[in-house]
Design a binder for this molecule. Structure first.
Ligand code: ATP
Ligand code: MG
Length: 177
């Protein structure tokens, strides 16, 4: 439960088609880590490239960073494996949510697991409704289901009026990965 009336564990959702969902969530961790708050990340998708954030996370004591997903589905040849990876990612998230060890947890790209039917929004909402009172949860990913946005305290919908990709510019190291 909340230890102080000023402290409320929020559910934040960063969604929409634009760039900046995962990096906004990581920006909050940067701030919280500066406050000495222990943080966790579970990544539900693993792209084909190593990312700067994964490399950096290994150097930070107060941050537990788990990359649980497999590749993007269109890179994968085994849907059952993807489903198992999503389930394992959720089991890890659940354990972290109820461990009382963390002040902030990011469930990065969890919305893809809903999209492919690997995980049900009902199950996740049920767990979030019982989370420790002062734990903040950040959910990222496109097309967040309404069950989750309904229970969120904050939703940032990121649009994409411009993206270099549309001009054929490939992903840039340090900016995109
Ligand atoms: P970031 O991790 O940079 O904050 P994101 O989490 O908002 O991005 P995702 O949907 O997770 O976006 O996609 C991850 C990758 O796709 C990133 O390399 C990002 O630059 C790229 N990307 C994000 N939005 C767009 C877009 N509108 N058009 C093309 N590429 C995009
Ligand atoms: Mg992302």
């Amino acid at each position: 439960m909340n230890s102080s009336p000023d402290k409320k564990g929020l559910i934040l959702v960063f969604t929409g088609p634009g760039k900046g969902k995962t990096t906004a969530a990581l920006g909050i961790l940067f701030r919280a880590l500066g406050r000495g708050m222990k943080c966790g990340v579970v990544q539900f998708l693993k792209g084909k490239w190593e990312t700067g954030e994964r490399k950096f996370a290994k150097t930070i004591t107060d941050l537990d960073f788990h990359v649980m997903g497999l590749g993007f589905t269109w890179e994968s040849d085994d849907i059952d494996q993807d489903k198992k990876a999503a389930r394992l990612a959720w089991e890890k998230s659940y354990e972290m949510i109820f461990s009382e060890n963390y002040k902030i947890l990011i469930l990065d790209e969890i919305t893809y697991a809903f999209h492919y039917g690997w995980l049900s929004p009902e199950e996740v909402c049920d767990a979030l409704s019982k989370k420790p009172g002062d734990l903040h949860i950040i959910i990222t990913g496109r097309n967040c289901p309404s069950l989750l946005t309904d229970m969120a305290d904050l939703i940032s919908q990121i649009e994409s009026p411009k993206h270099p990709y549309k001009k054929g510019v490939p992903a840039q190291i340090g900016i995109d990965y």
